[in-house]
Ligand binder design. Structure first.
Ligand SMILES: [Zn+2]
Length: 132
């Protein structure tokens, strides 16, 4: 299997994803600290200090609408970082074809190529227009 992107590009995407992960974790931390629940304060500290690979699992029990979307994005970022580490980044998980650079630039966490993403969204009944 050949990598869809160069090592330099992978490093650049990795930095972007890590920066986004830090931002999301800071947001989640602040949100948790605003709540009164004691266990959330403990989790908040762990979220801030943990390696990005394990943050989402800390938050499975935190059922707050405010942070659910952030946690989902964190999960996507963790998946993308794992694909970068394994050399699978930029390859569609569905059909194995390279994902276009434009799509990766716009959606660094993309794991499907555009045609597969469109089919996936159609199969889920999404009415949102497909992105790139
Ligand atoms: Zn595909």
């Amino acid at each position: 299997m050949t990598n869809a992107i160069s090592l330099e590009e992978a490093a650049s995407f990795r930095e972007r994803l890590r920066a986004r992960s830090r931002t999301l974790r800071a947001e989640i931390h602040d949100t948790l600290m605003r709540t009164d629940a004691e266990q959330f304060a403990r989790i908040a500290g762990e979220v801030r200090d943990a390696e990005e690979a394990s943050v989402a699992n800390l938050l499975v029990d935190v059922n707050m609408a405010e942070i659910t979307r952030d946690v989902e994005e964190l999960r996507d970022i963790e998946g993308a970082l794992k694909r970068i580490a394994s050399g699978a980044y930029g390859i569609c998980v569905k059909c194995g074809e390279p994902i276009s650079r434009a799509r990766l630039e716009a959606y660094p966490t993309a794991k499907r190529c555009f045609p597969c993403q469109r089919r996936y969204e159609q199969s889920r009944g999404s009415t949102a227009p497909p992105s790139l």
